[in-house]
Design a protein around this ligand. Sequence first.
Ligand SMILES: [Zn+2]
Length: 276
Amino acid sequence: MNMTSHFSVYLKSIFVLGIMIAFHSCSTSQVRDNERNNDTNAIKDTTEIEVEQPKIYTVDYLLGKFTPESDTNFIEIPAKYCSRNGMLMRREAFGAFKEMFEAAETEGVNLKIISATRNFNYQKGIWERKWTGKTLVGGKDLSNTPGKERALAILKYSSMPGTSRHHWGTDIDLNELTNSYFEAGEGLIVYQWLLNNAPNYGFCQPYSEKGEQRPNGYEEEKWHWSYMPLSEELTEAYKERISYDMIKGFKGDETAKEIEVIKKYVLGINSQCIAP
Ligand SMILES: [Zn+2]
């Protein structure tokens, strides 16, 4: 190698080094720009990530095995909208309810949430008091009734732990827990208003009248309304991910499969509340 070649290698090295420095400082200044705009970018990035990532519903969430009080997706319902303190809902569902509440109010219709999120342990308490006869079911002590029959009797009024839509924070009970309230007087006006307007806010009645359209599952509940933009995805996730062996941890759990509680009760809902 002569002097000229040495010189040309030297020049090339300088050139490559120069490019490296140029790229390095470019990326460094990019980082600084990002740091400078930190606040706006952070908000923007988080939003983009939430939109792009698939929504993952854990098995524990679907079964209600979590503490909504310590979950940031949940919000406590302000006193104005409910009958007692300490009730929680998924934030988006409450946002939609609030709009519906205000629209109803301007038309003289009063909506009041009387029950919202109930987790697995809460539902287990209700179920087991009925299972053991501590709470009467339709005026009867069921503690000596055979398992399947006992479970079916409780299911006329209460969900089996792990199978309730109230676990999800998307479903609420309004005004009164009787169909008769919604069939006359003020209750009928409320119900008519909900039938006409609730779908505009994303709410539907999952336990509609039983019959050809809905042959299985819970009896009609005119008070129970579900925020579909979330709950139809959750219903779908439940169908795909939950199996009968996961519904356990309470007295009488062995009846879950026998009575096909997923097929007939969890999925036995108004077809208008299910994604097409
Ligand atoms: Zn309910």
